[in-house]
Design a protein around this ligand. Sequence first.
Ligand code: NAP
Length: 186
Amino acid sequence: MAATLPVAGTTAVDVLDQLGLPAGATLLVNGVGGGVGLAVARLAVGRELRVIGTGSTAKREHAEAVGARFIDYTAGDVVSAARELVPDGFDGIVDLAGGASLRTVAPLARDPRNLIAVGDMSVPDLGGRFVERRVDRENLERSARPALDGLLAPVITAVHPFSDAPAALATVENGHASGKVVVKVA
Ligand SMILES: NC(=O)c1ccc[n+]([C@@H]2O[C@H](COP(=O)([O-])OP(=O)(O)OC[C@H]3O[C@@H](n4cnc5c(N)ncnc54)[C@H](OP(=O)(O)O)[C@@H]3O)[C@@H](O)[C@H]2O)c1
């Protein structure tokens, strides 16, 4: 489990700290079903934010298990579904999907500065910000602490032996991974 924390956990802590939203605020996690998305959603729920996540059908169960409402982008128009749940726009958006999907959801932010992208560096073109990463001991401890306290439990969807590493990498490189995929070295 510890191996899944350094990247997804610290990234989730960084985006939520940079948004700095108060309890009760609304947060859209675009691409909630992957490694970073589920960590963001889980920690945000722990901070008492109202979390709505987008993903394809298979991600619903994982998103709802961490306490997020789910919008299936394969089932209809994401913007209409999001506006139905949060008519006045979101206090914050964390984007993990990038590209056309980021551009589709960007107008849902009440204030574009509260749109933070983790993978798509073109986000400033939309008025948003790219995540500022702090990969140091303090941040590692800040993502380990909620894990130890039971507030962050990485969703591990597959464990592959080292000999299957190419297949494991292929499942995360296709852009539609579920949670974290682990390669066991020994
Ligand atoms: N800046 C940094 O330090 C940093 C750190 C970590 C990650 N990253 C980057 O951040 C991105 C996300 O990382 P990750 O580890 O969470 O990736 P991931 O595990 O591959 O998750 C991405 C998720 O987005 C979903 N998705 C794809 N298209 C979507 C769409 N149109 N609408 C909604 N969801 C969609 C995918 O599955 P479904 O489409 O099946 O729902 C998948 O679950 C990657 O680009 C990664 O390289 C950057």
